[in-house]
Design a protein around this ligand. Structure first.
Ligand SMILES: NC(=O)c1ccc[n+]([C@@H]2O[C@H](COP(=O)([O-])OP(=O)(O)OC[C@H]3O[C@@H](n4cnc5c(N)ncnc54)[C@H](OP(=O)(O)O)[C@@H]3O)[C@@H](O)[C@H]2O)c1
Length: 346
């Protein structure tokens, strides 16, 4: 027996802002049988993650492609791997049985064949919707948790600025920061997002960066005494403006530079005099370096979700064919919270 697997791929490398015409929905037959002893698993994909870093994998060249096993270049025409949650259909691996719910490296398609050595773990949903395990209880959550607590090393009362604050990582950073008693300001790209940050997620302040003409003055307005921590999701001019406004011994976690992903010529050119004289620590990081704290992250975040102290923010599209549109929406600021595509019912 076999099934038809529909999956999304790129037609050619994508070197600028992604367009729907860059993508293609392909179909191929997957045999519902595995070589005995192959240790492989066939998974029916249920929810797949939509992440900005995939664009750097789609480029003809990006230095990121050489730096992490998760970020290797995507070959046009081939399936695109991604974090996701699925259900085991067939297993030749003794660790997995039919109907197990699993999380790991699946692909932007309806089925994934996971070979030995592939990243796959049994998932205990802990009573939460499966989609949470793609976002808030998955890699996005770990990114926010590790970047904020391990890289920024926050203290109660410190002043925290978060960019792309209504996004998957950003909204959680702000919520973690509020929970430990920081003053938190977020920026986002629309009036509705600003309202959500202040009214639903408890940010002290938020502003629409698209309405501001002088970001240095804007940040001075929100942080008259300076910023202790900047959680950077966007890079470029926002990073430059934040550095001008940092306090002495301020810390910057460079999580992502999304505004630079679509524009090869765009780069932050921060004032290094500020960095030196204010002894600012700027650190890039990858969530995958912090798998050692996954258990701690999971139990803390699970407890906050259960008590309602952290609110989940998800943005779910339906069906494999919606993946290109879902991905492009990240670069147009159309998502609110974790962008996920639901591929199938459990
Ligand atoms: N280091 C790691 O391990 C790691 C892991 C996950 C994610 N990341 C990075 O973290 C950042 C956030 O990722 P995410 O998954 O949480 O995505 P996200 O914030 O949910 O979605 C992207 C958001 O970025 C904003 N944006 C898009 N283009 C922009 C531009 N030109 N200038 C300013 N803002 C822009 C948009 O919001 P607005 O409406 O506010 O513009 C959009 O909603 C990304 O840079 C990503 O690469 C890093």
């Amino acid at each position: 027996m076999e099934v038809i697997n529909r999956y999304v791929t790129i037609k050619t490398h994508v070197d600028g802002a992604p367009e729907e015409s860059d993508f293609e929905l392909k179909a191929s037959a997957v045999a519902l049988s595995l070589e005995p002893g192959s240790n492989a698993v066939i998974v029916k994909n249920l929810y797949v993650s939509i992440d900005p870093y995939q664009l750097n994998r789609m480029k003809s060249y990006s230095s990121s492609q050489k730096s992490s096993d998760f970020a290797v270049g995507i070959i046009p025409g081939e399936a695109i791997d991604t974090y996701g949650v699925g259900k085991v259909l067939i297993s030749e691996n003794s660790e997995f049985q039919e109907d197990d719910i699993v999380a790991g490296l699946l692909n932007w398609g309806e089925y994934s064949v996971i070979k030995p050595g592939g990243m796959l773990n049994k998932l205990n949903p802990m009573g939460f919707p499966l989609s949470y395990h793609v976002g808030i209880l998955g890699f996005s959550g770990l990114t926010a948790y590790a970047g904020f607590f391990e890289v920024c090393k926050p203290k109660r009362g410190e002043k925290v600025f978060v960019s792309a604050a209504s996004g998957s990582v950003g909204n959680l950073v702000g919520q973690y920061a509020k929970l430990i008693g920081c003053y938190v300001v977020g920026c986002a790209g629309s009036k509705d997002k600003v309202a959500l940050l202040k009214e639903k997620l408890g940010f002290d302040e938020a502003f629409n960066y698209k309405e501001e003409t002088d970001l240095v003055s804007t940040l001075k307005r929100y942080f008259p005494d300076g910023i202790d921590i900047y959680f950077d999701n966007v890079g470029a001019e926002m990073q430059e403006a934040a550095i001008v406004n940092m306090k002495i011994h301020g810390r910057i976690a460079v999580c992502g530079v999304i505004s630079e992903y679509t524009d090869a010529g765009k780069r932050a050119a921060p004032s290094m005099i500020d960095v030196i004289y204010k002894r600012i620590k700027i650190q890039g990081f990858l969530a995958s370096d912090y798998l050692n704290i996954f258990t701690d992250f999971l139990s803390t975040t699970r407890d906050h979700l259960r008590t309602g102290k952290i609110k989940p923010l998800e943005d779910i599209s339906d069906g494999v064919e919606s993946i290109p549109c879902a991905f492009i929406s990240l670069y147009r600021g159309q998502n609110i919270g974790k962008k996920i595509v639901k591929i199938a019912e459990e």
